[in-house]
Write a protein that binds this ligand. Structure first.
Ligand code: ATP
Ligand code: MG
Ligand code: FE
Length: 345
């Protein structure tokens, strides 16, 4: 079956076309430039941009894949979580489309879609795996037996998400928004990871007792900001590349350590990594290295599929169709706080 997926949970209008586990098209329009001067996504601006971009992006995806809308067998859409007004645009478009071609509608969870997208690159998900979801709004460790049945949360951030920390540190360093890719690049351009040792949140023996699989990045962000302020106060240059590398090292160290510990706790030999921060080059390298040493197979989709896109929604829709799941009612809501445990609304 041919699945069309629509994503509008944040500032990317994404439309993907997937047949089985084969990616046919992944069209994206982003309003990121309109938000950049505000240093964060402005919900109202994002909603209006989705409305304008929706139909052209659907057309572009169909052209790329060489299919007509009437060829589509099911429509999948991000039902939540995300920005309420932004979600509404995608859900309304998906309903109209499903109704007009008289095909089923699947309202899926954005976070589960970040995990399911890996099927497009590496095929069926392993039968038992830990999924580490690291994005702009979330940082979680999940136990996944079968993504179409749901996920079990093992832990999550108690303050900032990993992507949020990247974006805030980028701002402190004077790098553009969204900061993740710029911090990554600054670190790669000769950054010394050992230049400063920034704090690793929730890794002390005492914290591990209560927060073994939880994360905290707010203290790290503050430590970086203090360090940078002190340098500026003393009239010294801030070595942006070194600070970026040292900050990134602290984030990746904690993420990979806890992810591997979660695999060991569950007896799983597979780690899946998804979400925008999974595009980070240091995280990918460190996960490969440490997982190899621990006898764990790590799967990360290519960077372009880690950040928000329509293909991931189509991929999860496709898995749900293949598993014979019932579609969503046409009254499907836009569920801005959809729980991570719910895969389909
Ligand atoms: P969520 O999925 O939680 O709703 P989101 O949809 O806003 O969040 P994603 O596209 O999944 O976001 O992820 C965006 C985040 O990923 C941003 O915080 C961005 O800075 C970060 N990011 C993107 N590329 C990189 C990179 N190479 N290194 C680090 N962070 C990155
Ligand atoms: Mg985005
Ligand atoms: Fe996302």
């Amino acid at each position: 079956p041919l699945i069309l997926g629509i994503e509008t949970s944040c500032d990317e209008t994404g439309v993907g076309l997937v047949r089985g586990q084969t990616l046919l098209a992944d069209a994206i329009a982003s309003s990121v430039d309109e938000h950049a001067r505000f240093g964060g996504v402005v919900p109202e601006v994002a909603s209006r941009a989705h409305l304008e971009a929706m139909v052209p992006t659907i057309r572009r995806a169909c052209e790329t894949a060489g299919v007509k809308l009437s060829d589509v067998d099911a429509v999948a859409v991000t039902s939540g979580p995300g920005l309420a007004g932004a979600l509404l645009v995608g859900v309304a478009a998906a309903k109209a489309l499903a109704l007009s071609i008289d095909k089923p509608l699947y309202g899926v969870n954005h976070l589960a879609a970040h995990v399911a997208v890996d099927t497009l690159e590496h095929g069926d998900l392993p039968k038992g795996a830990v999924a580490m979801l690291v994005s702009g709004g979330h940082s979680s460790l999940l136990a996944v037996e079968d993504i179409t049945e749901g996920v079990q949360p093992m832990g999550s951030t108690i303050d900032d998400a990993a992507g949020e920390a990247f974006d805030k540190v980028a701002r402190v360093l004077g790098l553009p928004f969204p900061g993740g890719p710029y911090v990554d690049k600054a670190a790669r351009d000769g950054g010394d990871r050992a230049y400063v040792t920034f704090p690793r949140g929730l890794t002390s023996q005492r914290d591990l007792e209560r927060h073994r699989f939880d994360f905290s990045f707010s203290g790290l962000k503050t430590a970086v900001a203090r360090w940078v302020e002190a340098k500026r106060r003393d009239g010294e240059d801030v070595p942006v590349n070194h600070v970026a590398a040292a900050f990134q090292e602290a984030v990746c160290d904690v993420l990979t350590r806890k992810a591997i510990d979660a695999c060991k706790d569950r007896g799983y030999e597979h780690l899946l990594i998804g979400g925008g921060v999974a595009a980070n080059s240091r995280l990918r390298a460190m996960a490969e290295e440490r997982c190899a040493a621990a006898g764990i197979a790590v799967r990360v989709p290519r960077p372009g599929l880690c950040t928000d896109n329509g293909a991931m929604v189509a991929a999860l829709g496709s898995e749900l169709v293949r598993a014979g799941k019932d579609p969503s009612p046409l009254e499907l809501p836009a569920d801005s706080s959809m729980p991570i445990t719910l895969v389909l609304n």
